[in-house]
Write a protein that binds this ligand. Sequence first.
Ligand code: SF4
Ligand code: FES
Length: 248
Amino acid sequence: MKLNLKIWRQQDAKSKGKMTDYSLGGVEGDMSFLEMLDILNEQLINKGEEPVVFDHDCREGICGSCSLMINGEPHGPDRMVTTCQLHMRKFNDGDTIVIEPFRAKAFPVIKDLMVDRTSFDRIQQSGGYISVNTSGNTVDANAIPINKHAADEAMDAATCIGCGACVAACKNASAMLFTSAKVSQFALLPQGQVEATERVQNMVRQMDLEGFGNCTNTGACEIECPKGISLENIARLNREYYSANLKG
Ligand code: SF4
Ligand code: FES
């Protein structure tokens, strides 16, 4: 395949970026999207030009770092896959593909297609954990029986990889789906009850401080999430938040 690529190039957070056109031949359907970008970068380096900067780590849909907006959709046109799992067979010879970074005030561009998502880390650090005594008398994990339905729902919430596609898909750049997944994975389990009140209050406070927008129930986040995180988690987050505030 021969493709026309329109790629966002930006030197750093302070510089003005612009779309740049590239023509790339020899693309095979079995290549992943990131392999296609590797080929482009190889050609740019051979020509003495700066390669396109993009984030990636595992290339297996696990780490959540491959944040690309492809033809206006986070992680591209396929459902339930990350950019590294997207294959070029989804495109046709002669296609024009527009590639941009995830755009949100709380995700400033570092360079080209790479954005700073440490705002997610700070939300997680503000309460997305349980405190466990590991000084030699740790309670066995199976000592507390967990209802199967709750265990399944908690596991589903825990599959969030923190990629940020939900924020990029949302017209308000809301981080509610991410935060709700991180709250839900503990709210559904007895182990999460001890710190439940402070957890939800602190995580929502940090989410607002980072400059993410509000949820207006558009649902784009759920559609674009590569891990199928459900909007039900946002409803749970709201319930947790209201009951925490009633407790004080
Ligand atoms: S909720 Fe989905 S889209 Fe949002 S960060 Fe988690 S995995 Fe990514
Ligand atoms: S590179 Fe890890 S999820 Fe894509």
